[in-house]
Design a protein around this ligand. Structure first.
Ligand SMILES: [Zn+2]
Length: 83
């Protein structure tokens, strides 16, 4: 059963691939910092934060964020940690 608008997040395999890609591209491959607060993230804690909120999960629209920053930022692209 497909959700209206499609499932942008993709399959579990897509999500895993995305996490590894962020760890690889923004960090050492095993760890990378949250782009907002600098907290060290690993596979189990990294989340894909969309640069354009509500946009796609394409590689050019995602950056690594911790859960806390990702939730705080929500759909506000102007949000900055501590601002
Ligand atoms: Zn953070």
């Amino acid at each position: 059963m497909k959700r209206p608008g499609g499932d942008k997040r993709g399959s579990a395999a897509n999500r895993r691939a995305r996490k590894w890609w962020m760890l690889e591209t923004f960090g050492t491959g095993r760890k990378c910092p949250c782009v907002h607060c600098g907290k060290r993230l690993r596979f189990s804690t990294v989340e894909a934060d969309r640069i354009i909120p509500g946009g796609s999960y394409a590689r050019n629209n995602i950056q690594p964020a911790c859960r806390d920053c990702n939730l705080s930022r929500s759909n506000n692209p102007q949000w900055r940690r501590g601002a």
